[in-house]
Ligand binder design. Structure first.
Ligand SMILES: NC(=O)c1ccc[n+]([C@@H]2O[C@H](COP(=O)([O-])OP(=O)(O)OC[C@H]3O[C@@H](n4cnc5c(N)ncnc54)[C@H](OP(=O)(O)O)[C@@H]3O)[C@@H](O)[C@H]2O)c1
Length: 342
């Protein structure tokens, strides 16, 4: 079966996904009988291209590293406007990886809505549409017999949502606790080894672990949106990012990090969610943790979440060395799961 794909966003994650599709193409055809074919790629400033027979992905990757526009790959006519393109073309799935909009989830929500309405599975690495549009997009997907999946959004491709979906039917999540922001954990780990905040930040930026404007990580926004997302999806209770009690590592002084180290402790930006009476609450804040706590052992860019449920003891999932390649795998796994289930 031919599976026509639209890649919306062709940055770090979108291009890693294209490389993975190329690398796994024959394996997927052999194992699952699926012929993955990217028919369209759309970006913000680097153009868009549509070829109903399938784009030359290797050339698309070369173009990404140059000053050329993706539009030189176009072999079929389609609107240059993304919504127009999605209205016109035929595809089985959209894989969206455009920048997060913490406030509204747009324009990604609109793009995913259009794709679902047109009968495509909608897969995203972008937290915005999940926090702001989970219910509506899931309902629309259900009505269309398609899936809205987002494994890549929280732990860079480490399977936490599919673990709940596939392995824990009938279970209720009562609370969770974890380290979900790689950048701040990297900074804390570097500062524990004696570096100043500024040096650690420069290093993180040079490695591509931190953004040029790192405030989304430092002020706890990225962690807060992940808490809101996990609560909304796994605790069946819509929680806005503003409803998450939020602190960031920017409030920590170097001497506090040193003092914790001397006491045999480490600071971690702890993300948590829990049920309280008939409400669910979410929080992000720096906490001192000791060696008996799994969070103490989360170093560098790794992340970890521990789930408490009404059926099992604590279940901990850890993802080591995350990045665009692991995130791309989260999207790829969602794609295979969606297509094989339909
Ligand atoms: N990087 C990671 O490891 C990671 C991990 C987990 C989740 N994520 C999430 O994945 C998403 C992408 O991350 P990234 O690192 O790949 O970002 P990125 O490198 O900045 O790439 C973003 C892509 O989206 C395109 N784009 C921007 N605005 C657009 C719009 N309005 N419509 C269509 N395309 C648009 C950009 O095109 P131009 O460059 O032409 O503007 C670019 O191709 C984000 O939501 C991020 O939070 C990333």
């Amino acid at each position: 079966m031919t599976v026509r794909l639209v890649l919306l966003g062709f940055g770090n994650v979108g291009s890693a996904l294209a490389r993975l599709i190329l690398a796994k193409h024959s394996e997927v055809r052999q194992r699952y009988g699926l012929d993955l074919r990217v028919v369209a790629i759309a970006t913000g400033r680097h153009g868009a291209a549509y070829d109903e027979a399938g784009l030359d992905l290797a050339r698309a990757l070369e173009i990404r590293g140059s000053t050329a526009s993706l539009s030189e790959l176009a072999q079929s006519q389609a609107s240059s406007d993304i919504t127009g393109l999605l209205e016109e073309i035929e595809a089985e799935a959209i894989l969206e990886s455009i920048p997060v909009n913490y406030q509204s989830g747009q324009p990604a929500i609109g793009y995913l809505e259009t794709a679902l309405r047109r009968g495509m599975h909608a897969i995203t690495a972008n937290k915005g549409p999940v926090v702001h549009g989970y219910q509506a997009l899931s309902e629309l997907a259900g009505a269309k017999g398609r899936q809205f999946l987002f494994e890549a959004t929280v732990m860079d491709g480490t399977p936490l949502f599919s673990t709940w979906r596939e392995c824990m039917p009938g279970a209720q999540l009562t609370s969770f606790r974890g380290v979900l922001n790689s950048t701040t954990n990297f900074l804390l780990s570097e500062m524990e080894s004696g570096k100043s905040f500024d040096t650690a930040l420069e290093e993180a930026q040079a490695l591509g672990v931190a953004e040029t404007d790192p405030s989304g990580d430092i002020d706890g926004w990225d962690a807060a949106i992940k808490v809101a997302l996990v609560v909304t999806v796994l605790m069946d209770s819509p929680l806005g990012i503003q409803d998450v009690e939020r602190g960031g590592i920017g409030e920590l002084e170097a001497n506090q990090i040193r003092a914790a180290t001397q006491d045999g402790l480490r600071w971690r930006l702890v993300c948590s969610g829990w049920r309280e009476n008939d409400k669910v609450r979410g929080r992000v804040r720096p906490e001192r943790v000791g060696p008996e706590d799994p969070l103490y052992h989360v170093r560098g860019t790794s992340s970890l979440i521990t789930f408490a449920s009404d059926v099992l003891g604590d279940l901990t999932i850890m993802g080591a060395d995350p990045g665009p390649n692991t995130t791309a795998y989260g999207m790829f796994a969602d794609l295979l799961n969606a297509v094989r289930a339909s």
